[in-house]
Structure formats: C-alpha cells, structure tokens
Design a protein around this ligand. Structure first.
Ligand code: PA5
Length: 416
C-alpha cells in the first residue's frame, strides 16, 4: 500500500473493525444478511455446474450467437468476463440487449442478427425491470418473424425460482428456466447462472472461474477474524475515505478490462452509496486515459484514492519488431513483448501518481485467466460488502434506485 501509513495504530483499528465485520458477514449477523447467499455461492454452484454446461452445449449446437437480455447485475458481470477473457474456441458470440433504452443500439443489434441463427437468454431477478422487458418485446417480435411461434424454444430464462412475471411466463409456456438463488442479489450474482450460462455458451471455462472464486471463498472463511487481502483492501479504502479521499479510481491495465471496471463500479456504487456516505467509484484505463484525464489525476483536486489492478505474468506476444518505419526512439524495447512496456507504463504511472499525492493500493493477481478472474470477482464482492458495512449501510439493498423508477413511471403513466 502506498501513500498510506499501514503500521499506524489508526489503520490497525480500521483493519480490526473490518475484520470483525467479516466475521459477522460469515455468521450472517449483518444488515441484509438474508442476501448473503453469495458468500457460499462458489461451493453451491459447483453442484449445479453440470446443468448449466449441458444447457450451454445445447445452445451452442443450435446457433452461433446468443442475445443476453438484462441490465445491471443481470448482465454486466458476464459481459465483463466475456470481454476480459475473449470467446473460447467453440463459443458462440454474445450480443447484449436490455442494458439501455437506446434506439440506436437496438437497431444495431437487429442489424447484426440479420441472417444469423441466435438463441436468447433473458435474465432478471425480479422479472419486471423496464429495460429488459422492453428489449424482450422487441426481440420477441423480431424472433417470431424469423422463427415463427416456435421462437420461444430458443429462449432460456434466468430468474427467481418462484416469483415474478418471467417465472410465470416460463412456467406457462414450458420455457427452460434457471434459478437465481433468492439469497443472492443482482450485483452479487455473477457466479450464479446469471453469469455462468452466457459465459459457458461463449466457451469460457466456467469451472475454472468458479474454482478461482472458491479459493477466495476459502481465504475468506478460513480466518474469519484475521486479515485477508479483501479485509486489507476494504480497510485501506475506508481509512483513505476518512482522510477525505472520497473518490476511488480503479486503474485497469487495458481496455479488455473496461467492462470488469463497469461491474466493479456498479457493485461499489449500489452497495455503498447510502445515507449521504460512500466512496464514488470511477475508472481509468491504461494507457488510454492518461491522454485524457491523466492530467487531473496528477495535478487536480486531491480527493482521489487510486487502486491499481495488475497481473504478474506478462503476455509473450506480440513482440515489438526490431525495425521501425520512423525514428521513434524506441529501439531499447525492440524484440521485447508489448506487455512488458504496458507493465512498465503501469509502474511508472503508479509512481508518478503517488508522487503527485494520490494514495492507494495495488491488487495483483497471477494472470488474466478464468481462474484469477473468478477470484477477483469474489474478492471485490467481499471488500465492497465490508466497506458498506463499515459505513453502517446495508450493502445488499438499493432503496435510492426506486426514486428514479417512480419518477419515470409517473411520466409513463401520463401517456395514458
Ligand atoms: O444489483 C441489483 O440488484 C440491480 O442492479 C439489478 O441487478 C438490476 O436493477 C436488474 O434487476 P433485475 O435482475 O431484477 O432485472
């Protein structure tokens, strides 16, 4: 941890408090404990993995694309893993619907479906969210025109096991349906069928994803009171926030992790932003954003803390050629992997930002693969839940989201 006095009695106190909160999280004695099913989800999902992979195999046989309909926690985790890891050898392409109300993106989606066979995975815990509901209307009409009344055979629903309009629809029409455990909320559901089915369809090794998460689950559970990386990270965020560092920048090593950053942003923002408190989550992508907001980080208002995400192993490819079309002054890196320069850029940036007065931490993991990504998903879930609990908030509700929903509904009702 840099720019933070980690051996101070003040920091030890925060670590101690966060460690105690972790013990209560595991014992299910925290606010919102009825939604802590995600803590043991890696263990639980290992038992259901065969069902998910069998369905994915069938979907891959039927079509070369799958439209995933969902918003918030019902889509962004799968999208994050898909973009970070890339499609597997036998995987279908995943296309995304219901994550906005943009007519432009909706038209582009239909354009990209022309002439291709596709299946549909509709994901909604409540079964009644406006964006995916409208996307399903539009996509349903498009699919009926393409496939006739049998279009619903191409649909898999992922929703609450007993409640909601989607569950009823699936029951009435014999549509294949997967359960989202009632004790797992949207933004904590990436390791449930919400994330696992689309990812298995995309040919991603979901067993490895779960096993990485399971390793972190064991770290969390094996030493309830002691410090683990998630406790230390949560404590660092809380201690820095107490020093006025109310905005956290998650700095990502490349654009392939942008959606992972979006997943983290939703997880943190919706879990922590309550009762006038919480850290505002923002993103920086290396090295792209050094040419946009880098100036602000280095030299702007000092209310920032920064968390670097880093991978220890460097990709061997591509190698930088020895010859250059122009005299670029970069012969020193000839025949070296591009990833090495990216890593050096991360280290240099970190040093510069620390020197410029932005404290924070670095989260390092082995490499960008399914196992490490699973561990990261779990790690951030624990750390964010603990941060919200430290603020005295229930991490698992989102009462503030209702305000905009009510206001939009009132306007829609006035269309009558
Ligand atoms: O974390 C949450 O609970 C939310 O972000 C939900 O995932 C999001 O609002 C979508 O809800 P639903 O899955 O009910 O359609």
């Amino acid at each position: 941890m840099e720019g933070l006095e980690v051996s101070s009695p003040e920091f030890d106190l925060v670590v101690d408090l966060v460690g105690r909160l972790k013990a209560r999280l595991i014992a299910k004695t925290v606010p919102g404990s009825e939604y802590t099913g995600w803590v043991t989800l890696p263990t639980d999902m290992m038992r259901h993995l065969n069902q998910v992979t069998a369905l994915a195999e069938e979907a891959r046989r039927r079509a070369d694309a799958m439209v995933v309909v969902g918003i918030g926690g019902s889509y962004v985790g799968a999208r994050a893993a898909c973009e970070a890891l890339g499609r597997g050898v036998d995987g279908v392409e995943l296309l995304w619907a219901g994550w906005s109300l943009s007519p432009v993106m909706t038209r582009r989606l239909f354009d990209s479906l022309g002439g291709r066979d596709f299946t549909i995975n509709v994901i909604s815990k409540s079964g009644g969210t406006m964006e995916p509901a409208l996307a399903l209307r539009l996509l349903g009409e498009y699919a009926r025109n393409r496939y006739g009344e049998g279009w619903i055979d191409r649909v898999i629903v992922t929703t609450d096991p007993s409640k909601g309009a989607l569950r009823r629809w699936a029951g009435e029409h014999g549509i294949t349906a997967l359960d989202i455990p009632p004790s797992v909320g949207g933004r904590f559901s990436v390791l449930s069928p919400v994330g696992l089915l689309p990812l298995a369809c995309a040919g991603i090794d979901v067993a490895a994803l779960l096993s990485g998460a399971l390793q972190m689950q064991h770290v969390t559970e094996s030493n309830p009171l002691g410090d683990d990386p998630a406790v230390l990270y949560a404590a660092a965020r809380c201690a820095l926030e107490q020093q006025g560092r109310v905005v956290e920048v998650l700095t990502l090593p490349g654009p392939e992790l942008h959606q992972f950053g979006e997943w983290w942003r939703q997880l943190a923002g919706e879990s922590e932003g309550k009762h006038g408190a919480g850290i505002w989550p923002s993103l920086l992508t290396l090295t792209t954003d050094l040419h946009s907001v880098g100036q602000y980080l280095q030299d702007g208002r000092r209310m920032l803390q920064e968390t670097f995400l880093a991978f220890d192993e460097i990709d061997g490819e591509p190698l930088i050629p020895a010859s250059a079309p122009v005299a670029d002054g970069l012969d020193l890196v000839a025949n070296r992997p591009l990833g090495l320069v990216n890593r050096i850029a991360l280290e240099g940036t970190r040093q510069a930002h620390r020197a410029g007065g932005v404290p924070g931490v670095t989260i390092s993991t082995r490499r960008l693969d399914a196992q490490c990504l699973g561990a990261l998903f779990y790690f951030f879930q624990v750390a964010v839940a603990l941060t919200a609990l430290f603020h005295g908030a229930n991490p698992f509700d989102q009462p503030g989201v209702e305000a905009y929903k009510k206001s939009v509904k009132a306007r829609l009702d006035s269309l009558a």
